[in-house]
Design a protein around this ligand. Sequence first.
Ligand code: FAD
Length: 384
Amino acid sequence: MSQDAPIVIIGTGLSGYSLVREIRKQDKEVPVLMITADDGHSYSKPMLSTGFTKGKSADELAQADAAGMTEQLNVELRTHTTVTGIDPEAHCVLIGDERLRYSKLVLAWGADVIRIPLEGDGQEFVYSINDLMDYRAFRKALEGQSRVAIMGAGLIGCEFANDLRNGGYEVDVIAPSDTAMPGLVPPAAGDAVVEALTEEGVRFHLDTVVDRIDHAGDGVKLTLANGETVEAGRVISAVGLRPRVELARSAGLEVARGIVVDRTLKTSADDIYALGDCAEVDGHVLLYVLPLMACSRALAKTLTGTPTDVAYGVMPVMVKTPCCPTAVCPPPPNAEGEWQIERDGRNVRALFKDAQGSVLGFAVTGDYAMEKQALSKEVPPIHG
Ligand code: FAD
């Protein structure tokens, strides 16, 4: 009975729109309904942490609006519409009291920003930037301000630190780790990034956390656990992302760190698929662009009648810290081996090797970042 219903895709981020582009390569006509909680603008999210360097407003970063995408992709698109539940038995998505039938359902609804509860009356000046609307709101809030404090020294925190310095802002970074990007790159590479950003004028407050944020003038004062205080106009919270799993869990779908899918991107429920930041694909939670592109290509084929497994290749990530170019390809989570590190100032070559000397992952900074392509050829693909 749901066969005449459309393919419903929830989310118009890179996952949702890449998937439809791929579907249209296979089938120009199959009915597709996209639903999004936001305004449906198409944009490249990685560009959000380069916007101050390039002096780009949110409108300038948008590639097309919802009307443009509807026409370009031949889809129906509902914006500012939040899906509140799924009824897998009845093949329906719920939007409050409304029920919409699907033939196939795709969850491309991304990840939530993690928020840390803080003391103090200055919370309204704390911003997270995980979509174009967040970016628009932050740029507006920053008007007339010159100082930004960033909570978190992960990939996103470091990228914003570099970007805001390039944009002429004073920047303080506060993080509990003793270096940048712990967990993603080995400490030597993190240290190189911290040193380069420090030379650019970024002030790091490491090994400590923000205890409270209080109003001070037209900005805020942050009180750190180590007793220091930091004055800032506005604050960015960049402490991490968590795949959105709650609605899936409530609908009875299997979830772990993300919504669990197999290599055909199918969830534990019939006719429901997931990709992008919300999905755990064959055990991998990878909140980056290359994995979602690979998933879009495979899933488009599956949805148009040719069941296809996704094949993850080697997917290095470039960290957008131009003061210290950095490329990383983390080793598989349970890989056995150790990091071998060469360091010459801010040029770090860190290779994760197994007992046979095979390279299973790498992190390269500074001049060595140029070796990304060559090293990528040495690392085995995730799905070999
Ligand atoms: P999202 O873009 O988050 O889209 C989710 C969509 O779902 C949105 O349209 C939202 O409105 C909608 N939605 C959510 N819940 C509901 C609901 N209940 N009902 C209806 N709609 C809903 N990756 C890289 O590989 N390289 C980079 O250089 C890089 N830089 C980055 C820089 C920044 C600042 C950030 C934040 C991320 C960066 N990433 C980078 C990560 C990459 O951008 C993401 O992995 C990718 O954009 C995720 O796309 P998505 O479509 O899965 O999720």
